[in-house]
Design a protein around this ligand. Structure first.
Ligand code: GLU
Length: 457
């Protein structure tokens, strides 16, 4: 059997990190089994679905590199097939037309709440038929016995059929409900494994009745626990950003995000290091290793993973990311300087957005420190700084010589490096914390370095 999975988001907002993780698990499972991974946009709720939200879903999946390479399915295009199935169920006696009006339905709701049982429509056993009177089509849920689902994550769970309500599968305006559409699409798409949030686990017991009535092949299920915040409650905006793409905008790399989301709720015991990358994760993935208890989203962990990723990232790739993100227009000298200093700079940040403060001193040939407090320091040490500039002027431009030159000057003057190092750093970068001084001087080059050191404050 060829494995076919799907990610089926409703395009009503942004791509939530929980949704992204569901997509990742579907992707990993399909790839692990050389199967197919499909994306189905569940856009039947015309009031809430928007094109922007569809765009946001694709954006997020593309960013993580886990969009489907196959044709994207739009549920709204399949409505005719869902309606056909609703009438099929009706004609076979597995569903019925329910003519209850709002008032009658409300009365039944009150009764059902009082006795703790699902609503029972009197139309279930009626022979009455009409096309003129408004109706919905309800599924005739079995009353006896139990329904058992062997879920990869939740285990084997049974429910008594008497608690299942005769759910609506076709509304009075002849539109199918999610409960029907999703099942029919899964069947038409040949989905073998349904991997989704456990907020849909209850739905599975009701949806499977349609599959039973129609004698369709049953898919396997894996209902994954939702992501929680570190305080143990369901992840929401008060814990921080829940929109996947916000993390891109905050300067996280897609590799880090992917790595973190992959391990959020999935533990691979064969994996000794913390960072997962897609290919490795495909090999190691199994649904059995998804944890049954909710995973906690911990921004500190994500920060750590991201900072590790930044230190491994290809410099040309990082450079491209920065140029795009900050709309930098650089000549070849500026490009060379930035690329050369990037490895050092990346060691000092968790997210690459924090490099923003370093662009000016690296890129701007004419940069001079102009922060009041720092200028005061530079004024105080102006003579020494100028002298070092003159000293460096004579030296051959390589790191060893620059290093030697600085050390000689410091020794000659009976100074200590920690007395003069921070001041030179301020003169060259405007910052107290910056990469190694010799690297800064070397990469900025002779002209720029000397201009900054010889300046009269
Ligand atoms: N469209 C549903 C959602 O976004 C998912 C349905 C499913 O996976 O079956 O929650």
């Amino acid at each position: 059997m060829k494995v076919v999975t799907r990610f089926a988001p409703s395009p009503t907002g942004y791509l939530h990190i929980g949704g992204a993780r569901t997509a990742i698990f579907n992707y990993l499972f399909a790839k692990k089994h050389n199967g197919r991974y499909l994306v189905r946009i569940e856009d039947t709720d015309t009031k809430r679905s928007t094109n922007e939200a569809v765009g946001a879903i694709h954006n997020g999946l593309d960013w993580l590199g886990i969009n489907s390479t196959e044709k994207i399915i739009y549920q709204s295009k399949n409505l005719a097939s869902h309606v056909k199935v609703a009438y099929d169920l009706l004609n076979k006696g597995f569903a019925y037309k329910c003519f209850l009006n709002t008032e009658e339905l409300n009365d039944l709701r009150i009764k059902s709440r009082a006795n703790g049982k699902p609503i029972k429509s009197p139309w279930r056993d009626s022979k009455f038929n009409s096309e003129k009177k408004e109706y919905v089509i309800r599924l005739k849920m079995p009353h006896n016995g139990t329904t058992t689902i062997k879920d990869y994550v939740q285990g084997e769970v049974s429910v008594r059929n008497e608690i299942l309500d005769d759910m609506i599968i076709l509304r009075s305006d002849k539109t199918p409900t999610y409960m029907l559409s999703s099942v029919v699409d899964d069947y038409d798409m040949g989905i073998t494994h349904i991997i989704r949030g456990d907020d849909h686990f209850n739905n599975a017991f009701r949806q499977i009745q349609i599959i039973n009535f129609l004698n369709w092949d049953k898919p396997s299920y894996a209902h994954i626990p939702l992501i929680h915040g570190t305080d143990g409650s369901k992840l929401s905006k008060r814990h921080g950003a829940t929109n996947l793409i916000d993390y891109r905008d905050m300067g996280f790399t897609s590799e880090a995000m992917l790595s973190y989301l992959m391990q959020l709720g999935w533990t691979s015991h064969d994996n000794n290091d913390d960072d997962y990358e897609l290919k490795k994760a495909v090999n190691l993935f199994s649904l059995e290793k998804i944890n049954k208890s909710p995973a906690k989203f911990d921004i500190k962990k994500l920060n750590n993973i991201n900072s590790r990723c930044l230190n491994k990232i290809d410099i040309d790739e990082m450079y491209k990311l920065l140029v795009e993100r900050f709309k930098l227009v650089l000549n070849i000298h500026q490009e060379k300087r930035l690329k050369a200093l990037l490895p050092e700079l990346l060691k000092r940040v968790d997210v690459y957005i924090d490099l923003k403060d370093d662009f000016e001193w690296i890129i701007d040939d004419n940069f001079l420190c102009n922060e009041k407090n720092k200028v005061k320091i530079l004024q105080k040490y102006n003579l020494i700084i100028n002298e070092i500039g003159d000293f460096l002027k004579k030296c051959e431009w390589n790191k060893e010589t620059i290093d030697h030159c600085l050390k000689t000057y410091i020794q000659n003057k009976s100074l200590k490096f920690r007395e003069i190092g921070p001041i030179l750093r301020i003169a060259l970068t405007g910052k107290t914390s910056a990469p190694d001084l010799v690297s800064i001087i070397y990469e900025l080059g002779c002209t720029i370095s000397l201009n900054r050191l010889n300046y009269k404050y």
